[in-house]
Each structure stands twice: as C-alpha cells, then as structure tokens.
Design a protein. Structure first.
Length: 150
C-alpha cells in the first residue's frame, strides 16, 4: 500500500459516494488509476464494506449501552458460542474480545431502557456461561469516528 492508496482510503472514508473523477481530483490522480486501485483494495479486503452511517436517534434508537461481560469458563468452544450469539444479536453493534477483568465489551444500541432490559433477559441472563456483566448507559456521544487512520 502506497501513499496514493492511503489518500484514496482517507477520501473514501470521508465520502465513498464520490465518482472516480471526483476521487481522482481529490487525491491528485486519474480516474482510471483510482478505479483500479479501489478495485484492488476491495479484492484484497482492505475495503470491507460500503455502508451508510445512520443516526441512531433518527431511527428511534436513543439508548447506547456499553456492556462488559465476564464469562464463567474460557474454553474455546464456549467463547466461540458467545461470539456467535453476539454476532446474531441485532442490538449489538460492536463486540470485542478484550484483555483485563472482563472478557468482552459490547456496544448495544436500542430504543430505550425497557428494550435493553429485554436484551439482557434474552441474550445475557439466558447464557449459562456468563458469570457477570456490567452496563454503562451513554449520556452523550462525544465522539463517534468509524474511520481508520491511514
């Protein structure tokens, strides 16, 4: 990956709806070169998705909760089972296996406290391998930056 690839990635992370001509102008290249490079970046798995970022409040999801989860047993099959369950949970927008006191950190986005309570009862309490969890309700989203520094 060279400097031009990095400039392309920075520009696309700001706005991936640019035409190749607009992208080329931003990164000081040709449209054909940008098209080839973007295609290579997608094929190589550097660009993993083209998505629209949605304001959670605009779609009725006004509650964001950070949840730490400690598993009872850390056997590989049980960890993998928890990962699968969190991937399948539509309320979980991010899930990280972490080091430290907890095993996982979840970002849960829901409508309200009642909906979060349903999530806890159906996805956390029902999992026999969850030893304990802690939840922290976000009061204000100070920074949300889904871009990767390149």
């Amino acid at each position: 990956m060279d400097d031009l690839d990095r400039r392309i990635l920075r520009a696309m992370q700001q706005n991936n709806r640019l035409s190749f001509a607009e992208l080329a102008e931003l990164v000081s290249s040709s449209a054909a070169s940008c098209m080839r490079r973007v295609s290579k970046l997608r094929s190589a798995g550097v660009i993993i998705a083209d998505i629209a970022l949605v304001d959670p409040k605009a779609v009725g999801k006004s509650l964001t909760v950070v949840v730490t989860v400690e598993l009872d047993r850390e056997r590989l099959d049980l960890v993998d089972e928890f990962k699968r369950a969190m991937r399948a949970a539509k309320e979980v927008t991010q899930c990280y296996l972490i080091t430290g006191d907890a095993d996982f950190v979840l970002i849960v986005v829901v409508e309200d406290v009642e909906t979060f309570d349903v999530f806890v009862k159906t996805k956390i309490y029902t999992n026999p391998n969850v030893r304990k969890f802690r939840s922290m309700i976000a009061l204000d989203r100070v920074k949300f930056e889904p871009r990767i520094p390149v």
